[in-house]
Design a protein around this ligand. Structure first.
Ligand SMILES: [Zn+2]
Length: 298
């Protein structure tokens, strides 16, 4: 019963190939399950939430599983050379790990910094896809945000890490039924004005003046780019406390988003001192009102 190097290699070859096969299958399964789950969700809002939470993760896991399979597979090639001396077993292992790590690292960078741009496009389409009133089958219309108010959940104010929410209000013109969808502010990535990637995320919010039931409040939103580190901040109004999901009242004059066809207006003002000021608006009307009153603060 002699256990030789060549016997070891024969067993190695089989075990590693089986493991590589399992890893490929796992990768394909992750991808198929992800696509099946996505296509089984019919509701646009739920699809939006699912994409935001899992899409990049699932694709990344698929790439990792396939890369692991590749690392394993490389550990079975050139078996005749490896049989000559043990050192070649380790040389092959080293090369395999280098190749695999490089692929995993590059795909990590792509998924983290480049992929959000195309994901955001898909998600935006879902967010603004016309909703249908489940009771009547009528097409609903999205109200525009006349004032760029952010909303706070009940009790959110008391928390230290406040993250505002964005409400989309859909209205059925005929029946007056409303559908309110909630979008958490810190999950949405914006395009960075320095590097161009869609990696600008809300990092911190500070309430400057808290809203009450009767008056709006003010909040400072601090953004940071996950790629180049650029920081940006803007002040926004916080909606009155009573305007939550349960007792939302329709404004007297309905103003629909589709009447504008503009999702976002970004103004970048270059001041002669070298400073820049970037402000975002959800409509051209808001932007022009801002410009009318714009003054350079000392
Ligand atoms: Zn950036």
């Amino acid at each position: 019963m002699e256990f030789t190097y060549s016997k070891f290699l024969a067993i190695w070859q089989i075990i590693i190939l089986v493991l590589a096969g399992i890893s490929v299958i796992a990768g394909i399964l992750i991808f198929i399950i992800h696509k099946l789950r996505l296509s089984s969700i019919k509701d646009s809002k739920q699809k939006y939430d699912y994409l935001g939470a899992y899409d990049a993760k699932m694709i990344y896991y698929t790439i990792v599983a396939v890369s692991v399979a590749l690392i394993l597979f490389i550990n079975t090639v050139y078996d005749k050379t490896v049989e000559l001396a043990v050192i070649w077993l380790f040389v092959r292992m080293f090369i395999a790990i280098c190749v695999g790590t490089l692929i995993i690292y590059i795909s990590y960078l792509i998924m983290k910094f480049a992929y959000p741009t195309s994901l955001e496009k898909k998600m935006k389409k879902l967010r603004y896809k016309p909703r249908v009133n489940k009771k009547t089958g009528n097409a609903m219309k999205l109200l525009s945000e006349e004032e760029e108010d952010v909303h706070l959940d009940e009790g959110m104010q008391a928390e230290e890490n406040v993250f505002s929410v964005d409400y989309d209000v859909w209205v059925d013109d005929e029946t007056g039924d409303i559908l309110i969808e909630k979008y958490p502010g810190h999950l949405i990535a914006y395009q960075c004005n320095s590097c161009g990637f869609k990696t600008m995320k809300l990092k911190k919010e500070e309430i400057i003046s808290p809203p009450t039931e009767y008056t709006t409040g003010e909040m400072l939103k601090n953004y940071k780019c996950g790629y180049c580190g650029t920081k940006r901040s803007k002040t926004v109004k916080v909606a009155k406390l009573s305007q939550t999901e349960s007792n939302y009242e329709l404004p007297v004059h309905l103003h629909y988003k589709e009447e504008e066809k503009v999702n976002l207006v970004t103004l970048e003002i270059l001041i002669s001192t070298g400073k820049t000021k970037v402000v975002e608006f959800s409509s051209t009307k808001q932007a022009s009102e801002f410009l009318k009153e714009f003054k350079i603060e000392d």
